[in-house]
Write a protein that binds this ligand. Structure first.
Ligand SMILES: [Zn+2]
Ligand SMILES: [Zn+2]
Length: 187
């Protein structure tokens, strides 16, 4: 019998069985503004469901005060990009256990994140705040202007996406995918 199973289908996360994809500790659901996040007390990473994440982004861009100070942070490192991008292995989604897509936009926002386009986003300690700043800046400005160095890199790489005024970050593509029609949300 599943007497304790009063959660709706696909809402297994609310039963508290999620494990940290980084260190396998239990994730603890925590309120964050009107959304909720799943926090790891050991490695201090957080998992945020797709709908919850879009809610957080929406509120932050709208100027709603969020408890950013309560977020765990990592002590600053001399080479944070290397630490995160090269040392940490790709994680698996807490909901579907598929390998997540690593979205690297470090040069734009200072954050490198692992995303499941169906379920949500894994953020290691300290990644949410720079990401929120990045998204808000883009929303405020319409776009974050490319630096000269970045323009040069784009030209060198000959990317088709180098049309700078319509340059779309991987994050935004991912966010769009995540928020368009997620099958369910991890709360
Ligand atoms: Zn952990
Ligand atoms: Zn997933």
């Amino acid at each position: 019998m599943c007497g304790a199973d009063n959660a709706s289908a696909g809402d297994a996360a609310s039963m508290g069985g999620l494990l940290c994809p980084r260190c396998r500790s239990s994730l603890t659901p925590k309120p964050f503004g009107r959304a909720s996040i799943h926090a790891c007390g050991s490695c201090r990473g957080i998992f945020v469901g797709a709908i919850q994440f879009s809610m957080i982004i929406h509120d932050y861009v709208a100027g709603v005060e969020l408890p950013l100070g309560a977020l765990p942070v990592n002590p600053p490192s001399a080479h944070p990009e290397q630490d995160v991008a090269k040392v940490l292995p790709i994680v698996t989604c807490v909901a579907c256990v598929r390998e997540m897509d690593r979205t690297n936009f470090a040069s734009r926002s200072g954050a490198i994140v692992d995303v499941c386009s169906k379920h949500g986003i894994w953020l290691d300690a300290g990644e949410l705040v720079p990401m929120l700043h990045f998204v808000k800046t883009r929303a405020d400005l319409g776009k974050v202007p490319l630096t000269e160095a970045e323009l040069a890199t784009e030209r060198e790489l000959g990317r088709e996406r180098a049309e700078s005024d319509v340059r779309v970050s991987l994050l935004e593509i991912t966010l769009e995918k995540m928020t368009r029609a997620p099958p369910y949300d991890v709360r």
